[in-house]
Ligand binder design. Structure first.
Ligand SMILES: [Zn+2]
Length: 732
């Protein structure tokens, strides 16, 4: 027995320790006591351990994973100087994770935590399939219909280990919760301190909508304290014990860390994918710690959680169509450092919840129903002042956008508590004047606040408008009323009452319009229904806006709905663009804004000043000189045979070209795709990125054959479904 044990240890090519140290290492982690040279643990081992299938495992460049009786031992470099150790115990009714340890080079490993059980609570509800929207639901409320929360049950019956590039995964089957079943996956990435846990489950039932909470529990005390950054971004720490009551906490950065003298483990969700779409992005306490969580978990634990009721607005949850593998994912970051160190390390994956500054780009974010103007006017009345009301000197949304690294924000005012299209000149023009003045007052050399509206009349469905300067538009034109009149107080005032009026307005004022949330919410069926109309065919109709909606955890990317539309519009033969939109209400600094956000990186050297107009912003959008990102994946450079997005490239006779793309990322990447079309079909050339480590950047030169194609574009996604995509390059 001992000789077997030592032989397995010796086979481990990537052990960073000397032979003797290595024996001690694993012996220590397993709690083994050597008596006369025989590990005492041998006596307890069952005679027929589960046979772990290693056929898909390649140790080269990967975590060293091996079976030792009923245990699977994992050792992998968590950084250039540290090594992580995880012992998985496959014995039934024993904690699955026997130990998690970290060793700093040359030092023996320190066991941070022992006897941990991953727990996942799956809430299964119903999607309203009688609603014509079906799976593209937003205005839904599964909470109002029968639903049940299950603790996912794990019975280790079959275990296999697989590798791809520089990453390895242990698959443990099977797991069950209600009608859902599947496996638990633990993934390890070279030079990354993350343990990526996913409960991967599917159901045969139709019309299921789901939510999940997850975490690590343990019977004994592993943690001296829990620490987090509170919603005001201040560090909080609390002593805990095994009897500490279960509590949900509002944090910033979606992260909670357990700490003891030997190290810390921080838990956090995929930063964007975990958040189903909502209107109000309030902080709904997305982490938890304590004993008997939801009365479904016995021991003390800590993890991430969803609020089933949201902000009591529309709460669509996640789609779980039949026979789709739903990835209920979570990350654990381990460090020998303290909790603040762990929290700071996690923050790096989202650049501290900030859209990173890229030379040559400014960030643009659109579609916010802040309703600043109405609030401003209301408080002016309340305070009997014509000046800036007290408390509105620097509104919360301005602080939020600056903190998130947004350079240009495009508002969508007059959406709530007001019927904007019905407003008369007398009601509407003063409101517009206040909006324009406020946008100018709140703009500076860091943030340009642009007036805007989700107009939602005349064209059909919901749409956004953007002008290069303040323009007075009244959204109802009575019969006999002139289209354009000169008003002594406001100057040029437009009245629009038809699609032709809207197009004429856009032409005269060099504006842009686009479909808000295409094919979902108030735009169900659009832009398809008006795709042959003059206004849509016009250059002033930019295209459609992208957002991660509806949410489906079986997709390795976000917002497939509009990515597909982008391809279809290009195949319709139209040069349309897809920009990111956020479509949220208030944006206060203590809300969970980042999880719901995406941003457009506009290729512009400098931020325009409000007083000089912002035609350059519209030109950049219309010219397709931008990419969209959730923040973690960036595409600072992209060209096809030397032509950038929005430009036209002449293909060679064979139709071959090289796609040159520079990518930057934080999480390890998953894959990229070169997507092209010929007017009928869409073609995808997939590039696996399993060889990437976290926090990298690389320039790729991807040869592609594009004969007969009319457009080509690029997408890239990481292991947490964060991503970025370019606008098309047009082919001739
Ligand atoms: Zn809308």
């Amino acid at each position: 027995m001992l000789s077997d044990y030592l032989e397995i240890v010796a086979m481990n090519r990537f052990t960073l320790f000397a032979w003797d140290a290595c024996q001690i290492t694993w012996a220590g982690l397993l709690g083994v006591v050597f008596l006369n040279g025989v590990p005492a643990v041998a006596a307890e081992l069952p005679t027929t351990p589960i046979r772990v299938d290693f056929t898909e495992y390649r140790e080269h460049l990967n975590a060293a994973i091996r079976q030792e009786n009923d245990r699977v031992l994992v050792e992998w470099p968590t950084s250039r100087t540290e090594t992580g150790f995880v012992t998985v115990n496959l014995t039934a009714r024993r904690p699955l994770i026997e130990s998690i340890a970290v060793a700093t080079s040359g030092q023996p490993p320190k066991t941070i935590a022992r006897d941990l059980d991953p727990v996942t609570l799956l809430t299964i509800g119903e999607r309203d399939m009688r609603n014509p929207a079906g799976w593209v639901a937003f205005f839904d409320d599964p909470m109002s219909r029968p639903h049940q929360t299950y603790a996912v049950k794990l019975e280790p019956r079959s275990v296999r280990v697989s590798s791809a590039g520089v990453r390895s995964t242990i698959h443990i089957g099977e797991v069950r919760a209600g009608s859902f079943q599947g496996e638990l996956r633990l993934s390890f990435y070279r030079n990354s301190p993350l343990i990526h846990l996913e409960t991967v489950v599917q159901t045969g039932e139709d019309g299921r909508a789901i939510l999940y909470d997850t975490g690590l529990t343990s019977r004994s005390t592993n943690w001296e304290s829990m620490a987090w950054m509170d919603a005001e971004n201040k560090l909080q720490s609390l002593k805990v014990g095994p009897e500490t009551e279960a509590t949900a906490v509002a944090v910033s950065g979606r992260t909670l860390a357990g700490e003891n003298k030997l190290g810390s483990i921080a838990v956090f969700p995929p930063p964007h994918q975990y958040f189903y779409p909502v209107d109000e992005v309030t902080n709904l306490k997305f982490v938890w710690y304590g004993k008997s969580y939801q009365s479904l978990v016995d021991d003390f634990g800590f993890g991430i959680r969803q609020s089933p009721t949201g902000a009591n607005h529309f709460i669509p949850w996640f789609n779980a169509p039949p026979h789709t593998e739903q990835h209920l994912g979570v990350f654990y970051l381990l460090t020998s450092g303290d909790a603040p160190r762990a929290l700071a390390q996690v923050a790096e994956y989202t650049h501290g919840d900030q859209f990173k500054k890229l030379p040559g780009y400014v960030t643009f974010s659109s579609h916010y129903h802040i309703e600043h103007t109405q609030e401003f006017v209301r408080r002016q009345k309340e305070q009997h002042t014509g000046q800036v009301p007290k408390g509105m000197e620097v509104p919360g949304f301005v602080k939020t956008f600056k903190a998130r690294g947004v350079n240009i924000v495009h508002l969508a005012e007059f959406h709530l508590g007001i019927n904007a299209p019905k407003l008369t000149d007398a009601q509407r023009l003063p409101l517009l004047k206040t909006l324009f003045q406020e946008c100018e007052r709140l703009s500076d050399d860091q943030l340009l606040v642009l007036p805007g509206e989700e107009d939602n009349v005349q064209l059909g469905g919901h749409w956004m408008s953007l002008f290069p300067k303040p323009v007075y538009v009244v959204l109802n034109r009575a019969a006999g009323q002139t289209f354009l009149e000169q008003n002594s107080d406001y100057g040029a005032v437009y009245h629009v009452g038809s699609q032709a009026d809207v197009l004429q307005l856009m032409e005269r004022e060099h504006g842009l319009m686009w479909t808000a949330h295409p094919r979902i919410k108030g735009s169900l069926g659009f832009p398809d229904k008006y795709k042959d109309r003059d206004f849509f065919l016009s250059d002033h109709f930019l295209g459609g806006a992208w957002k991660a909606m509806p949410a489906d955890l079986s997709q390795p990317r976000l917002g497939l709905r509009v990515l597909d539309l982008m391809d279809e519009m290009a195949n319709w033969g139209l040069k349309k663009q897809v920009l990111g939109e956020v479509d949220a209400f208030r944006m206060e600094p203590d809300f969970e804004t980042y999880g719901h956000m995406n941003v457009n990186y506009l290729k512009m050297e400098k931020l325009p000043r409000f007083s000089q107009g912002w035609q350059a912003v519209l030109d950049t959008l219309r010219g397709g000189r931008f990419f969209v990102s959730t923040g973690e994946v960036l595409i600072p450079e992209f060209d096809v045979a030397g032509k950038e997005s929005g430009q036209v490239v002449e293909l060679s006779g064979q139709g071959t070209a090289v796609v040159n793309v520079k990518l930057e990322w934080t999480f390890p990447m998953a894959f990229a795709e070169v997507i092209s079309g010929d007017g009928r079909q869409v073609y995808r050339d997939r590039v696996e990125l399993h060889d990437t480590e976290a926090f990298g950047s690389k320039t790729f030169h991807i040869p592609v054959t594009l004969k007969g194609r009319s457009w080509v574009r690029f997408e890239a996604w990481d292991i947490a479904a964060n991503g970025a995509f370019t606008q098309p390059v047009w082919l001739r």
